[in-house]
Design a protein around this ligand. Structure first.
Ligand code: 26Q
Length: 797
């Protein structure tokens, strides 16, 4: 069927057709484009068939709405999922082409900031691989998350350009374009005794879908990721055409590079409504074409909103049902509430979205009216329950103090609200969303996050994957739980040694890359201790840095000090406007410079900051890690998913009992993870009682006093006031994230971990136990839970 010889002939033929050159004149870029086209063509039959089957079987389908998809590269993953990786790799090799080099040409699709966007990408993989009818909808940002350069230790942001040479995976579908209205006003009139609402004088934007195939792993299913592009309408009615064109195109120009702070920028709200309105129009159109009306929409369609960013799906669906389809309020509300489900990804107050009415109302006048009506009916209900209790009602209201509370709208307008790890869901129910939980206990549920193990293990770590398949057979690629079969090797010396050799080989590969980029040579016998994630105060990269400074001081001052050699690796982007996060990046680089240039510590310490952390870099880092740093202030990290990617690659976690770390700990047991620090309950207790006295810790712990003083006493050559804000955050502002409080516990645990590492066989056993238990954290498990408990969708046979 798909033989190597056929592939080679087809490839050469296609190359000539596409590039109009002979093979000898062609470039790597030509080869990449050619291969990409071939794959897309190879997929297209199954893509069409999948859609036809969804139509024919009339099963329920889910649409996942997300403002972010952090896809990374697609070439090799698609080849793997289609089961042709080996044939293609060998065929290309015979033509003198290295598949690895073609992979380098593909830019990362970086349409997301971090965890939330990557989760959406992992979910798409699992949906298709499980033959589930689930599609994604998002925005086709012209520029994904900024590219990070480090200049003189500081982060500098450059615009990302993933579409520069086109995108081989997408199909533009102009015939499916829809228009999205902004501004203008709402006109009311009576028609046949009914009040009719019309949005007039609107400025409309054309939303053009670009569809990307989502190929299931060794399955015939090809689902769709639909990304919307904003374009000027064909016949704009606008005074200033250039201004209109500029403003229109701006909607899908940039991804907002912030993963927490809700800045309340109008363009962000435009993006959200643009995504929602275009998606709903296309969903409704398809549904009506098949079923004629929307009265049973909720029986055939589920619309899932990834955080509150697409929450306008609720009033938008109401608008369609009321204004276009002529439903009465109660029926429209019934359909809407039973169609929408919602995931919360945070409890950080500053990340909870709220929009000022003065921005919302003029931009989306009809949508605002509907939100007002939803709010009024909801508040009336509250009033009937507790008449006169205005404090309660104001606390729950969707619109209060001239702000629209997006999370409140999401909870009231959906049938399911879920958190992303057990602890996170409990905190939502018991604290952050407690009054809502009391109102709607049946809506709340937990869905612990997961990762696409076929990307983060099978693709990212081919050596380990081959060993696993040798040991337990290939079925783990479909059913990650099969990894438990590894446990029978936990005392098999030769197996553990092989595991160790693979880790060493992966570390060597990473070290080579680091050497090429920085000229710094790493000792691969050292512990590779890694913290890669967005930079945020609550994630406490600072705690990690202070520990490194402490180690440095010990080596310098105490000639008898013993430690296992360490390489500390960081990767992190800071939101461009996040002053404090940028300071921490500079600090990491200052520490790196100090440490890496001091011959006295050279045999024991190295610090590496890897520029431009992104999906494709992550795929090289996780397989090479010995230690996974998951050290957020307990209660702050909703789940974390990097923790799972490290675990499945055999790294051991040092972490707090936060997010999904709690569930990792529960599975691997005390002996196979390094837990330290305050618990979530303790942290929340301190917050309720006004925090703790950080200054006392500074004065009473010499080690701590020394490293904090070094931030401002000239320890870093040529740097004077740079780190004053960090010191202030720890002492003047009373250390909101408990860095000082957890310091002693952290360094003790690090010390214990270091000794533990020297018993290599025992370490490999712990590593094996982690890999074996990581199967639970496959997004296949997560998606099966969403499918059965929330969405009510079933696999295609
Ligand atoms: C909101 C309004 C305006 C501008 C930006 C935003 C915005 C954008 C992105 C707010 C939040 C995000 C992303 C949040 C995120 O990534 N959260 C992470 O989600 C992961 C998947 O559930 C969890 O594992 C992490 O714990 C959580 O931090």
């Amino acid at each position: 069927m798909f033989s190597k010889e056929n592939f080679k002939a087809a490839f050469l033929h296609r190359l000539e057709m596409l590039c109009g050159k002979s093979f000898s004149e062609s470039t790597k870029v030509d080869h990449y484009q050619t291969l990409g086209q071939m794959i897309r063509e190879y997929v297209s039959d199954d893509w069409i068939t999948t859609n036809e089957q969804y139509m024919a079987t009339k099963g329920k389908q889910v649409y996942y709405l997300s403002i972010e998809y952090l896809l990374g590269k697609l070439l090799r993953q698609n080849l793997i999922n289609l089961g042709v990786e080996q044939t293609v790799e060998e065929g290309l090799k015979e033509l003198g082409i290295d598949l690895g080099e073609l992979e380098e040409i593909e830019p990362d699709a970086g349409l997301g900031n971090g965890g939330l966007g990557r989760l959406a990408a992992c979910f798409l993989d699992s949906l298709a691989s499980l033959n589930l009818p689930g599609h994604g909808q998002g925005i086709r940002y012209k520029h994904g998350l900024f590219e990070q350069k480090i200049v003189n230790g500081y982060q500098v942001e450059l615009p990302e350009q993933w579409l520069r040479s086109g995108n081989v995976w997408e199909v533009r579908k102009l015939d499916l374009a829809v228009s999205v209205p902004f501004w203008g006003k709402v006109d009311t009139k009576m028609e046949n005794g009914r009040l009719i609402f019309q949005h007039i004088n609107a400025e409309t934007v054309t939303a053009v879908p670009y569809d990307m195939p989502v190929v299931g792993y060794e399955s015939k299913t090809v689902n769709t990721l639909r990304l919307w592009n904003a374009e000027p309408a064909q016949f704009p009615v606008h005074k200033d055409i250039l201004k209109y064109k500029r403003e229109t195109e701006a909607i899908s120009e940039f991804l907002y590079p912030d993963d927490t702070h809700d800045e309340g920028k109008i363009l962000r709200l435009k993006q959200q409504y643009f995504l929602v309105s275009a998606s709903l129009q296309s969903i409704v159109k398809a549904h009506k074409k098949q079923y004629g009306s929307l009265d049973k929409l909720h029986e055939y369609v589920c619309i899932h909103i990834n955080d509150t960013h697409p929450v306008l799906a609720i009033p938008e669906l109401m608008r369609i049902l009321l204004d276009q389809e002529g439903f009465g309020w109660d029926e429209a509300w019934h359909i809407t509430q039973n169609t929408i489900s919602y995931t919360n990804h945070t409890t950080l107050a500053e990340a909870l979205e709220k929009w000022p009415v003065r921005i919302f109302q003029p931009l989306l006048p009809r949508i605002y009216m509907i939100v007002e009506e939803i709010n009024e009916r909801f508040c009336r209900k509250l009033w009937e329950e507790t008449p006169g209790d205005w404090t309660r009602i104001a606390g729950l209201a969707i619109i209060a103090d001239e702000f629209v509370q997006m999370a409140h709208l999401a909870i009231v307008g959906s049938f399911s609200v879920n958190g992303v790890a057990r602890l996170h869901t409990e905190i939502l129910k018991e604290r952050e969303m407690k009054p809502f939980f009391q109102l709607f206990p049946e809506k709340f549920n937990n869905k612990t996050n997961g990762i696409a193990h076929r990307r983060w293990l099978l693709k990212a770590n081919p050596k380990l994957s081959a060993l696993l398949t040798d040991a337990i057979g290939p079925s783990w690629t479909h059913s990650a739980n099969e990894l438990m079969g590894l446990l029978k090797y936990q005392d098999d010396r030769s197996f553990l040694e092989q595991l160790g050799k693979i880790k060493a080989a992966n570390k060597k590969q990473l070290a080579e890359m680091v050497y090429k980029q920085t000229g710094i040579a790493l000792d691969t016998r050292a512990i590779f201790d890694v913290q890669v994630k967005r930079l945020h105060a609550y994630k406490r990269q600072l705690l990690n840095v202070l520990h490194i400074m402490y180690l440095y001081n010990q080596i310098k001052e105490d000639s008898s000090f013993q430690m296992t050699p360490r390489v500390f690796i960081f990767g992190a982007k800071a939101s461009p406007g996040y002053y404090y996060a940028k300071k921490i990046i500079k600090l990491i680089n200052s520490v790196a410079e100090k440490v890496n240039n001091d011959p006295k510590v050279a045999d024991r310490l190295k610090v590496i900051f890897m520029e431009n952390y992104r999906v494709s870099l992550a795929e090289r880092i996780f397989p090479a890690a010995d230690i996974s740093e998951q050290i957020s202030t307990a209660s702050k990290e909703a789940s974390g998913t990097g923790n799972m990617k490290f675990m499945i690659n055999g790294a051991l976690t040092i972490g707090t009992l936060d997010g999904a770390n709690v569930e990792i700990h529960e599975r691997v047991g005390d002996d196979n993870i390094f837990i330290f620090g305050l618990t979530a309950e303790e942290v929340l207790h301190y917050y309720r009682h006004g925090g703790y006295e950080s200054v006392g810790y500074y004065h009473h712990d010499k080690r701590l006093k020394q490293v904090i003083d070094q931030l401002i006493n000239g320890f870093f050559p040529g740097i004077q006031n740079e780190y004053e804000p960090i010191v202030d955050s720890l002492l003047e502002e009373n250390d909101q994230y408990f860095v000082l409080k957890d310091f002693a516990s952290y360094i003790n645990t690090q010390q214990r971990l270091g000794s533990c590492y020297t018993d290599s066989l025992n370490w490999q056993k712990k590593s094996l136990i982690n890999i074996a238990h990581a199967g639970y954290f496959s997004s296949d498990r997560t998606i099966k839970e969403y499918a059965s408990d929330i969405w009510g969708i079933h696999p295609l046979q």
